[in-house]
Design a protein around this ligand. Structure first.
Ligand code: ZN
Length: 437
Protein backbone atom coordinates (compact mmCIF):
# COMPACT_ATOMS: atom_id res chain seq x y z
CA UNK A 1 0.00 0.00 0.00
CA UNK A 2 2.76 2.41 1.02
CA UNK A 3 4.69 1.34 -2.01
CA UNK A 4 1.71 2.05 -4.26
CA UNK A 5 1.24 5.48 -2.71
CA UNK A 6 4.92 6.17 -3.18
CA UNK A 7 4.71 5.32 -6.87
CA UNK A 8 1.56 7.39 -7.39
CA UNK A 9 2.94 10.35 -5.42
CA UNK A 10 6.18 10.16 -7.36
CA UNK A 11 4.18 10.23 -10.60
CA UNK A 12 2.25 13.33 -9.59
CA UNK A 13 5.39 14.98 -8.29
CA UNK A 14 7.20 14.41 -11.58
CA UNK A 15 4.20 15.69 -13.56
CA UNK A 16 3.99 18.77 -11.34
CA UNK A 17 7.71 19.47 -11.71
CA UNK A 18 7.58 19.28 -15.48
CA UNK A 19 7.13 22.26 -17.76
CA UNK A 20 8.19 24.71 -15.03
CA UNK A 21 9.91 26.88 -17.63
CA UNK A 22 6.51 27.62 -19.15
CA UNK A 23 4.77 28.76 -15.97
CA UNK A 24 2.81 31.89 -16.82
CA UNK A 25 3.67 31.93 -20.53
CA UNK A 26 0.66 33.23 -22.44
CA UNK A 27 -0.43 32.44 -25.97
CA UNK A 28 -1.54 35.50 -27.93
CA UNK A 29 -3.49 35.96 -31.14
CA UNK A 30 -2.21 39.11 -32.81
CA UNK A 31 -4.28 40.55 -35.65
CA UNK A 32 -2.72 42.23 -38.66
CA UNK A 33 -4.92 44.97 -40.15
CA UNK A 34 -2.35 46.89 -42.18
CA UNK A 35 0.75 45.63 -43.95
CA UNK A 36 3.13 47.88 -42.00
CA UNK A 37 1.99 46.14 -38.82
CA UNK A 38 3.71 42.99 -40.07
CA UNK A 39 7.08 44.70 -39.71
CA UNK A 40 6.22 46.00 -36.24
CA UNK A 41 5.25 42.52 -35.12
CA UNK A 42 8.37 40.96 -36.64
CA UNK A 43 10.55 43.51 -34.87
CA UNK A 44 8.92 42.85 -31.50
CA UNK A 45 9.16 39.08 -31.98
CA UNK A 46 12.83 39.27 -32.91
CA UNK A 47 13.72 41.72 -30.13
CA UNK A 48 12.32 39.44 -27.42
CA UNK A 49 13.02 36.17 -29.22
CA UNK A 50 9.36 35.18 -29.02
CA UNK A 51 8.18 31.76 -30.08
CA UNK A 52 5.95 32.15 -33.16
CA UNK A 53 3.51 29.26 -33.36
CA UNK A 54 1.68 30.32 -36.48
CA UNK A 55 2.10 33.19 -38.94
CA UNK A 56 -0.66 35.66 -39.62
CA UNK A 57 -2.51 35.73 -42.91
CA UNK A 58 -5.60 37.43 -44.27
CA UNK A 59 -7.92 35.04 -42.52
CA UNK A 60 -6.06 34.33 -39.31
CA UNK A 61 -4.01 36.00 -36.57
CA UNK A 62 -0.38 35.42 -35.72
CA UNK A 63 -0.13 33.03 -32.76
CA UNK A 64 2.76 33.87 -30.43
CA UNK A 65 3.90 32.51 -27.08
CA UNK A 66 5.05 35.25 -24.69
CA UNK A 67 6.95 34.53 -21.43
CA UNK A 68 5.37 35.90 -18.26
CA UNK A 69 8.15 38.43 -17.64
CA UNK A 70 7.71 39.92 -21.10
CA UNK A 71 3.93 40.10 -21.28
CA UNK A 72 3.57 43.69 -20.15
CA UNK A 73 6.36 44.99 -22.36
CA UNK A 74 5.13 43.15 -25.43
CA UNK A 75 1.53 44.26 -24.86
CA UNK A 76 2.69 47.88 -24.50
CA UNK A 77 4.63 47.78 -27.73
CA UNK A 78 1.78 46.21 -29.67
CA UNK A 79 -0.70 48.72 -28.28
CA UNK A 80 1.60 51.58 -29.20
CA UNK A 81 1.57 50.35 -32.78
CA UNK A 82 -2.23 50.24 -32.69
CA UNK A 83 -2.39 46.49 -33.02
CA UNK A 84 -5.24 44.34 -31.82
CA UNK A 85 -4.55 41.18 -29.89
CA UNK A 86 -6.15 38.82 -27.43
CA UNK A 87 -4.90 36.17 -25.07
CA UNK A 88 -5.82 32.70 -26.25
CA UNK A 89 -4.29 30.87 -23.28
CA UNK A 90 -3.38 32.67 -20.04
CA UNK A 91 -0.97 30.05 -18.76
CA UNK A 92 0.31 27.51 -21.24
CA UNK A 93 1.76 25.35 -18.46
CA UNK A 94 -1.77 24.35 -17.51
CA UNK A 95 -2.29 23.07 -21.04
CA UNK A 96 1.01 21.21 -20.90
CA UNK A 97 -0.03 19.51 -17.66
CA UNK A 98 -3.41 18.72 -19.18
CA UNK A 99 -1.76 17.09 -22.18
CA UNK A 100 0.32 14.91 -19.84
CA UNK A 101 -2.74 13.90 -17.88
CA UNK A 102 -4.79 13.08 -20.98
CA UNK A 103 -2.02 11.06 -22.58
CA UNK A 104 -1.22 9.25 -19.32
CA UNK A 105 -4.84 8.27 -18.75
CA UNK A 106 -5.23 7.17 -22.36
CA UNK A 107 -2.14 5.00 -21.99
CA UNK A 108 -3.31 3.58 -18.67
CA UNK A 109 -6.89 2.82 -19.59
CA UNK A 110 -6.67 1.59 -23.10
CA UNK A 111 -5.34 -0.93 -25.51
CA UNK A 112 -2.02 0.90 -25.84
CA UNK A 113 -0.98 -0.51 -22.50
CA UNK A 114 -1.74 -4.08 -23.52
CA UNK A 115 1.11 -6.06 -24.85
CA UNK A 116 0.48 -5.95 -28.56
CA UNK A 117 1.85 -8.28 -31.15
CA UNK A 118 3.75 -6.96 -34.14
CA UNK A 119 0.86 -7.76 -36.47
CA UNK A 120 -1.46 -5.59 -34.41
CA UNK A 121 0.88 -2.63 -34.80
CA UNK A 122 1.11 0.39 -32.56
CA UNK A 123 -2.03 1.85 -31.07
CA UNK A 124 -3.53 5.16 -32.16
CA UNK A 125 -4.58 6.55 -28.80
CA UNK A 126 -1.32 8.06 -27.60
CA UNK A 127 1.81 9.66 -29.05
CA UNK A 128 4.46 6.99 -28.92
CA UNK A 129 7.98 7.71 -27.72
CA UNK A 130 11.14 7.44 -29.81
CA UNK A 131 12.10 4.13 -28.19
CA UNK A 132 8.73 2.53 -28.92
CA UNK A 133 8.66 3.64 -32.56
CA UNK A 134 12.31 2.75 -33.10
CA UNK A 135 11.75 -0.81 -31.86
CA UNK A 136 8.50 -1.09 -33.85
CA UNK A 137 10.35 -0.37 -37.11
CA UNK A 138 12.85 -3.13 -36.31
CA UNK A 139 10.09 -5.58 -35.40
CA UNK A 140 8.15 -4.86 -38.58
CA UNK A 141 11.16 -5.42 -40.79
CA UNK A 142 11.81 -8.73 -39.03
CA UNK A 143 8.18 -9.84 -39.25
CA UNK A 144 7.65 -8.89 -42.90
CA UNK A 145 11.00 -9.48 -44.63
CA UNK A 146 9.35 -9.89 -48.05
CA UNK A 147 7.85 -6.46 -47.94
CA UNK A 148 9.65 -4.26 -45.43
CA UNK A 149 13.30 -3.34 -45.22
CA UNK A 150 14.75 -1.20 -42.47
CA UNK A 151 17.40 1.35 -43.34
CA UNK A 152 19.27 4.03 -41.47
CA UNK A 153 19.70 7.30 -43.32
CA UNK A 154 22.53 8.24 -40.97
CA UNK A 155 23.07 9.21 -37.37
CA UNK A 156 21.80 12.23 -35.49
CA UNK A 157 24.03 14.62 -33.57
CA UNK A 158 23.64 12.47 -30.45
CA UNK A 159 24.20 9.25 -32.38
CA UNK A 160 20.68 7.95 -32.87
CA UNK A 161 19.87 6.18 -36.13
CA UNK A 162 17.51 8.08 -38.43
CA UNK A 163 15.56 5.05 -39.50
CA UNK A 164 13.22 4.65 -42.39
CA UNK A 165 11.24 1.79 -43.86
CA UNK A 166 11.21 0.79 -47.48
CA UNK A 167 7.91 -0.87 -48.25
CA UNK A 168 7.72 -2.72 -51.52
CA UNK A 169 6.22 -5.85 -53.04
CA UNK A 170 9.14 -6.05 -55.47
CA UNK A 171 12.15 -5.54 -53.21
CA UNK A 172 12.52 -1.95 -54.40
CA UNK A 173 13.87 -3.21 -57.72
CA UNK A 174 11.00 -2.64 -60.12
CA UNK A 175 11.87 0.53 -61.96
CA UNK A 176 8.41 0.75 -63.45
CA UNK A 177 7.16 1.88 -60.03
CA UNK A 178 7.61 5.37 -58.62
CA UNK A 179 8.55 6.02 -55.00
CA UNK A 180 6.46 8.02 -52.56
CA UNK A 181 8.54 9.37 -49.65
CA UNK A 182 6.69 10.45 -46.50
CA UNK A 183 8.41 11.91 -43.46
CA UNK A 184 7.33 13.30 -40.09
CA UNK A 185 8.77 14.93 -36.96
CA UNK A 186 11.49 16.98 -38.63
CA UNK A 187 10.28 19.59 -36.14
CA UNK A 188 10.36 17.87 -32.77
CA UNK A 189 7.37 19.46 -31.09
CA UNK A 190 4.94 18.67 -33.89
CA UNK A 191 3.86 15.44 -32.23
CA UNK A 192 0.58 15.08 -34.10
CA UNK A 193 2.53 14.37 -37.29
CA UNK A 194 3.77 10.99 -36.01
CA UNK A 195 0.37 9.26 -36.30
CA UNK A 196 0.32 10.22 -39.99
CA UNK A 197 3.38 8.14 -40.89
CA UNK A 198 2.47 5.34 -38.47
CA UNK A 199 -0.97 5.12 -40.01
CA UNK A 200 0.56 4.95 -43.49
CA UNK A 201 2.77 2.06 -42.33
CA UNK A 202 -0.27 0.29 -40.90
CA UNK A 203 -2.22 0.61 -44.16
CA UNK A 204 0.74 -0.47 -46.32
CA UNK A 205 1.92 -3.43 -44.23
CA UNK A 206 -0.52 -4.62 -41.59
CA UNK A 207 -3.97 -3.82 -42.89
CA UNK A 208 -3.75 -3.54 -46.65
CA UNK A 209 -7.23 -2.83 -47.97
CA UNK A 210 -6.20 -1.15 -51.24
CA UNK A 211 -3.80 -3.42 -53.08
CA UNK A 212 -2.96 -0.97 -55.86
CA UNK A 213 -1.10 1.23 -53.39
CA UNK A 214 1.54 -1.42 -52.83
CA UNK A 215 1.29 -2.98 -56.28
CA UNK A 216 1.94 0.25 -58.18
CA UNK A 217 4.09 2.24 -55.77
CA UNK A 218 7.22 1.75 -53.62
CA UNK A 219 7.31 3.62 -50.31
CA UNK A 220 9.88 5.29 -48.10
CA UNK A 221 8.49 6.16 -44.67
CA UNK A 222 10.62 8.05 -42.15
CA UNK A 223 8.57 8.57 -38.97
CA UNK A 224 11.15 10.41 -36.83
CA UNK A 225 13.37 12.62 -38.96
CA UNK A 226 14.75 14.49 -35.93
CA UNK A 227 15.27 11.81 -33.24
CA UNK A 228 17.30 13.88 -30.73
CA UNK A 229 14.90 16.79 -30.82
CA UNK A 230 11.94 14.45 -30.47
CA UNK A 231 13.43 12.71 -27.43
CA UNK A 232 14.22 16.11 -25.88
CA UNK A 233 10.64 17.27 -26.48
CA UNK A 234 9.49 14.35 -24.31
CA UNK A 235 12.12 14.59 -21.60
CA UNK A 236 12.89 18.29 -21.19
CA UNK A 237 11.07 20.82 -23.32
CA UNK A 238 7.74 20.01 -24.95
CA UNK A 239 8.10 22.96 -27.34
CA UNK A 240 11.57 22.03 -28.61
CA UNK A 241 11.64 22.36 -32.41
CA UNK A 242 15.25 22.02 -33.60
CA UNK A 243 17.90 19.30 -33.48
CA UNK A 244 20.36 19.18 -30.54
CA UNK A 245 23.52 20.57 -32.16
CA UNK A 246 25.92 22.28 -29.80
CA UNK A 247 28.86 24.63 -29.87
CA UNK A 248 27.29 27.86 -31.08
CA UNK A 249 27.52 29.77 -27.81
CA UNK A 250 29.45 29.82 -24.55
CA UNK A 251 28.17 27.08 -22.24
CA UNK A 252 25.70 26.08 -24.95
CA UNK A 253 23.23 28.66 -23.67
CA UNK A 254 21.37 28.20 -26.94
CA UNK A 255 21.46 25.00 -28.91
CA UNK A 256 19.98 23.38 -31.97
CA UNK A 257 19.48 24.09 -35.64
CA UNK A 258 16.13 24.32 -37.41
CA UNK A 259 16.53 21.41 -39.80
CA UNK A 260 13.85 22.81 -42.08
CA UNK A 261 16.04 25.89 -42.69
CA UNK A 262 19.26 23.93 -43.17
CA UNK A 263 18.81 22.61 -46.72
CA UNK A 264 20.77 23.98 -49.64
CA UNK A 265 18.10 26.13 -51.21
CA UNK A 266 18.36 29.91 -50.76
CA UNK A 267 20.08 28.93 -47.52
CA UNK A 268 20.34 31.69 -44.92
CA UNK A 269 18.38 34.28 -46.89
CA UNK A 270 15.09 34.23 -44.95
CA UNK A 271 16.04 32.48 -41.71
CA UNK A 272 17.81 33.37 -38.50
CA UNK A 273 21.54 33.62 -37.86
CA UNK A 274 20.90 33.59 -34.11
CA UNK A 275 21.44 30.26 -32.35
CA UNK A 276 18.79 31.22 -29.79
CA UNK A 277 16.16 31.59 -32.49
CA UNK A 278 13.76 28.73 -33.19
CA UNK A 279 14.53 29.14 -36.92
CA UNK A 280 18.32 29.20 -36.63
CA UNK A 281 19.69 27.95 -39.96
CA UNK A 282 23.01 26.54 -38.73
CA UNK A 283 26.57 27.13 -39.90
CA UNK A 284 25.94 26.31 -43.53
CA UNK A 285 23.77 24.25 -45.87
CA UNK A 286 23.64 20.66 -44.63
CA UNK A 287 25.80 21.45 -41.61
CA UNK A 288 23.55 19.09 -39.64
CA UNK A 289 23.77 15.30 -39.90
CA UNK A 290 19.97 14.98 -39.90
CA UNK A 291 19.44 17.19 -42.94
CA UNK A 292 22.44 15.64 -44.69
CA UNK A 293 20.91 12.21 -44.06
CA UNK A 294 17.65 13.21 -45.76
CA UNK A 295 19.62 14.73 -48.65
CA UNK A 296 21.39 11.38 -49.06
CA UNK A 297 18.09 9.50 -49.18
CA UNK A 298 16.94 11.89 -51.91
CA UNK A 299 20.18 11.30 -53.79
CA UNK A 300 19.98 7.52 -53.54
CA UNK A 301 16.43 7.32 -54.89
CA UNK A 302 15.90 10.68 -56.60
CA UNK A 303 15.41 9.29 -60.07
CA UNK A 304 12.39 7.36 -58.82
CA UNK A 305 10.89 9.59 -56.12
CA UNK A 306 7.76 11.08 -57.66
CA UNK A 307 6.16 12.44 -54.49
CA UNK A 308 7.73 13.75 -51.30
CA UNK A 309 5.55 14.74 -48.35
CA UNK A 310 7.12 16.43 -45.33
CA UNK A 311 4.49 16.35 -42.60
CA UNK A 312 4.43 19.27 -40.15
CA UNK A 313 1.89 20.97 -37.90
CA UNK A 314 -0.11 23.12 -37.54
CA UNK A 315 -2.59 25.09 -39.64
CA UNK A 316 -4.38 22.72 -42.09
CA UNK A 317 -2.31 23.56 -45.15
CA UNK A 318 -0.71 21.85 -48.13
CA UNK A 319 2.20 23.96 -49.34
CA UNK A 320 4.56 23.88 -52.30
CA UNK A 321 7.55 25.92 -53.46
CA UNK A 322 9.28 28.09 -53.53
CA UNK A 323 9.90 29.79 -50.23
CA UNK A 324 10.99 32.98 -52.00
CA UNK A 325 7.66 33.26 -53.83
CA UNK A 326 8.87 31.97 -57.21
CA UNK A 327 6.85 29.10 -58.64
CA UNK A 328 8.19 25.79 -59.92
CA UNK A 329 7.59 25.13 -63.65
CA UNK A 330 4.85 22.60 -62.86
CA UNK A 331 3.12 24.85 -60.32
CA UNK A 332 -0.29 24.43 -61.95
CA UNK A 333 -0.17 20.66 -61.66
CA UNK A 334 1.26 20.93 -58.15
CA UNK A 335 -1.65 23.10 -57.22
CA UNK A 336 -4.06 20.65 -58.83
CA UNK A 337 -2.69 17.68 -56.91
CA UNK A 338 -2.56 19.79 -53.74
CA UNK A 339 -6.24 20.60 -54.09
CA UNK A 340 -7.11 16.97 -54.75
CA UNK A 341 -5.27 15.88 -51.60
CA UNK A 342 -6.90 18.63 -49.57
CA UNK A 343 -10.35 17.75 -50.89
CA UNK A 344 -9.87 14.12 -49.89
CA UNK A 345 -8.86 15.12 -46.37
CA UNK A 346 -11.62 17.71 -46.02
CA UNK A 347 -14.20 15.07 -46.93
CA UNK A 348 -13.43 13.09 -43.76
CA UNK A 349 -12.05 15.73 -41.40
CA UNK A 350 -13.68 16.77 -38.16
CA UNK A 351 -16.32 19.40 -38.93
CA UNK A 352 -14.98 21.86 -36.37
CA UNK A 353 -11.65 22.03 -38.19
CA UNK A 354 -11.22 24.46 -41.04
CA UNK A 355 -10.78 23.26 -44.60
CA UNK A 356 -7.26 22.76 -45.84
CA UNK A 357 -5.71 25.65 -47.72
CA UNK A 358 -3.45 24.87 -50.69
CA UNK A 359 -0.85 27.00 -52.41
CA UNK A 360 2.62 28.39 -52.70
CA UNK A 361 4.15 28.59 -49.23
CA UNK A 362 4.75 32.35 -49.40
CA UNK A 363 1.15 33.08 -50.28
CA UNK A 364 -0.29 30.78 -47.63
CA UNK A 365 2.24 30.83 -44.79
CA UNK A 366 5.18 33.14 -45.39
CA UNK A 367 8.72 33.37 -46.76
CA UNK A 368 11.14 30.58 -45.87
CA UNK A 369 14.60 29.52 -46.97
CA UNK A 370 16.49 26.26 -46.69
CA UNK A 371 13.34 24.18 -46.44
CA UNK A 372 13.25 20.48 -47.20
CA UNK A 373 10.46 20.34 -49.74
CA UNK A 374 11.94 23.25 -51.74
CA UNK A 375 15.20 21.37 -51.91
CA UNK A 376 13.35 18.28 -53.11
CA UNK A 377 11.75 20.36 -55.86
CA UNK A 378 15.06 21.81 -57.05
CA UNK A 379 16.67 18.41 -57.38
CA UNK A 380 13.83 17.32 -59.65
CA UNK A 381 11.31 15.54 -57.45
CA UNK A 382 8.12 16.48 -59.31
CA UNK A 383 5.65 16.69 -56.43
CA UNK A 384 7.19 17.86 -53.16
CA UNK A 385 4.89 19.30 -50.51
CA UNK A 386 4.88 20.40 -46.91
CA UNK A 387 1.75 19.41 -45.02
CA UNK A 388 0.63 21.38 -41.98
CA UNK A 389 -1.77 19.14 -40.09
CA UNK A 390 -4.65 20.65 -38.11
CA UNK A 391 -4.23 21.65 -34.50
CA UNK A 392 -6.69 19.82 -32.32
CA UNK A 393 -9.65 22.18 -31.99
CA UNK A 394 -7.28 25.04 -32.57
CA UNK A 395 -9.42 27.92 -31.45
CA UNK A 396 -12.16 26.69 -29.14
CA UNK A 397 -10.92 23.36 -27.84
CA UNK A 398 -9.19 22.29 -24.70
CA UNK A 399 -5.93 21.83 -26.59
CA UNK A 400 -4.08 24.32 -28.69
CA UNK A 401 -1.35 24.45 -31.29
CA UNK A 402 1.27 21.76 -30.91
CA UNK A 403 -0.44 20.06 -27.99
CA UNK A 404 -2.24 16.83 -28.71
CA UNK A 405 -5.47 15.47 -27.38
CA UNK A 406 -5.41 11.66 -27.56
CA UNK A 407 -8.93 11.84 -28.98
CA UNK A 408 -7.47 13.26 -32.19
CA UNK A 409 -4.53 10.86 -32.69
CA UNK A 410 -6.28 8.21 -34.77
CA UNK A 411 -8.22 10.81 -36.74
CA UNK A 412 -4.99 12.66 -37.56
CA UNK A 413 -3.56 9.45 -39.00
CA UNK A 414 -6.72 8.45 -40.80
CA UNK A 415 -7.53 11.76 -42.48
CA UNK A 416 -3.94 12.47 -43.56
CA UNK A 417 -3.80 9.03 -45.13
CA UNK A 418 -6.67 10.07 -47.39
CA UNK A 419 -4.43 12.81 -48.79
CA UNK A 420 -1.37 10.58 -49.07
CA UNK A 421 -3.37 7.99 -51.03
CA UNK A 422 -4.42 10.59 -53.58
CA UNK A 423 -0.76 11.58 -54.03
CA UNK A 424 0.33 7.96 -54.43
CA UNK A 425 -2.23 7.19 -57.14
CA UNK A 426 -1.41 10.42 -58.91
CA UNK A 427 2.27 9.47 -58.73
CA UNK A 428 1.65 6.04 -60.21
CA UNK A 429 -0.25 7.57 -63.11
CA UNK A 430 2.12 10.42 -63.87
CA UNK A 431 5.13 8.16 -63.57
CA UNK A 432 3.80 5.59 -66.01
CA UNK A 433 2.62 8.29 -68.43
CA UNK A 434 6.07 9.89 -68.48
CA UNK A 435 7.84 6.60 -68.85
CA UNK A 436 5.65 5.48 -71.71
CA UNK A 437 6.60 8.50 -73.80
ZN1 ZN B 1 7.24 22.27 -38.74
Amino acid sequence: MYKLCFVICLFFYSVAAKHEQYEGHALYNVHIRFTDQIDVLKTVEAKYNLDIWSYAAQDRPEVVLVPRVLRETVEDELQEAGMEFEVQVENIKEKLDLEDTLLASAAASSKSNRSRSVVEGLSFDVIHTFEVVDQYLVDLANAYPDKVTLRSAGKSVEGRDIKYLRISTSNFEDRRKPIVFVQSLLHAREWVTLPATLYAIKKLVLDVTEQDLVRDVDWIIMPIANPDGYVFSHTNDRFWRKNRARGFMVDDICMGVDLNRNFDIFWGTISSNDACDKSFHGRGPFSEPESAAIRDVFAEYSNRIEVYLDIHSFGSMILFGFGNGALPPNALVMNLLGVRMATAIDAVKWPQHRNYVVGNIVHVLGHVSGCTSDYATTIGIPFAYTYELPAYNMIHGVMVGFLVDPAFVEQAGFETWEGIKVAARFAAESWSRRNRQ
